[in-house]
Design a protein around this ligand. Structure first.
Ligand code: KG4
Ligand code: ZN
Length: 333
């Protein structure tokens, strides 16, 4: 079965083609226009999606060597995300579906991040059910029990900022461009993670909170700048390594607790922050220390991509869960 996947929920325009659970192409056009604003500007994002969507889809079909007439279904991100951005992908998918009489498959973006684990990857084992997934992106931080390809239960959530937001906001405080997460990761590679200590929040159960950490990081940096105006420049690697370690420790503590309480040792990560090298290393350590089976997607399937939308669409198709031409996108679902 050939699926054309379209992802436009935030600031990446992406199209992919899959054949069953194999990915034939996965084209991502990341919007650079937001860099200087310190965050995604929704209106600029929608305009960039409009400009990118046709060339990105054309390239995905070309790379896959598949004719659009041979596509069996069109999967697109229904939400959650930025409404203007979602509208571009949804309208495009509906138009193609109508013109070529192809079925539509509406995909939940966060579920798709998890379903990226079902993509065929060379020499990579897929998680068996049930498994726990730590879903960490710019908008979400969740612990999910994945019971089946389609059945998932969210057991923990952030009560304020997401983990990716914590990375991005800390980066912004240090004067780094958006998205700051990858830059913090990069600078942290040469830093001492123990140099600066930041208090961790005390939140019940499997929930998270990151806004207090952001505030204490801001106050700490402001205080230090008063003492030494070059503080950020001189301490950048240590600041990055220390804030990264604090965020990763918070995430790891909760996933360990969930694993113990539910007796599930199969642990997966998903979403943009799963590209973080400290988080990956911490999980690899748990694999040895706690006898966990850890599943980490390939880099290209961690951040926003349409390959995961294809896979989600594939399972919707198998379960006869088609969308009609009346479908609308939703910022929150
Ligand atoms: O899943 P994603 O691409 O988009 C959303 O659905 O939000 O996640 C984007 C988030 C951003 O906050 C970005 O800074 C973060 O993932 N991110 C990282 C890394 N790569 C991306 N955070 C820390 N370390 C990274 N290497
Ligand atoms: Zn995402």
């Amino acid at each position: 079965m050939f699926i054309l996947g379209i992802e436009s929920s935030c600031d990446d325009t992406s199209a992919a083609v899959s054949m069953n659970t194999s990915i034939l192409s996965n084209v991502v056009s990341s919007q650079l226009v937001h860099k200087k604003y310190g965050g995604v500007v929704p209106e600029l994002a929608s305009r960039a999606h409009e400009k990118n969507i046709i060339p990105v889809v054309e390239q995905a079909l070309k790379q896959a060597n598949v004719n659009i007439k041979d596509i069996d279904g069109i999967a697109f991100t229904k939400g959650p995300g930025l409404l203007g951005s979602l509208l571009v992908g949804t309208s495009f998918a509906k138009a193609v579906g109508l013109a070529l009489n192809k079925p539509l498959l509406d995909v939940h973006h966060m579920k798709a991040h998890i379903q990226a684990h079902f993509i065929d990857e060379k020499e990579k084992k897929k998680p068996a059910f049930p498994f726990l997934c730590l879903t960490v992106s710019g908008g979400h931080t969740q612990i999910v029990i994945v019971k089946d390809y389609m059945e998932m239960e969210v057991i923990g959530n952030t009560i304020d900022d997401a983990a990716g937001e914590a990375f991005d906001k800390a980066a912004k405080i240090m004067g780094l461009e958006y998205p700051g997460g990858p830059l913090v990761d990069k600078y942290a590679a040469n830093g001492d993670a123990e140099k600066f200590k930041f208090a961790k929040p005390k939140i019940k159960d499997y929930n998270f909170s990151f806004s207090g950490l952001k505030t204490s990081f801001l106050y700490f940096v402001q205080k230090k700048i008063k003492e030494n105006p070059n503080f950020i420049r001189e301490e950048m690697p240590h600041l990055c390594a220390s804030i990264q370690k604090t965020i990763v420790d918070i995430l790891i503590e909760k996933i360990k607790k969930a694993s113990q309480d539910f007796g599930i040792k199969q642990i997966a990560i998903a979403g943009g922050v799963s590209a973080n090298s400290a988080l990956r290393t911490a999980l690899k350590t748990l694999e040895k220390e706690e006898d966990f089976d850890v599943y980490i997607p390939d880099f290209q399937y961690c951040t926003d991509n349409a390959a995961m939308i294809c896979i989600s669409g594939y399972y919707l198709f198998l379960n006869d869960k088609f969308a009609s031409q009346d479908i609308t996108c939703s910022a929150r679902i």
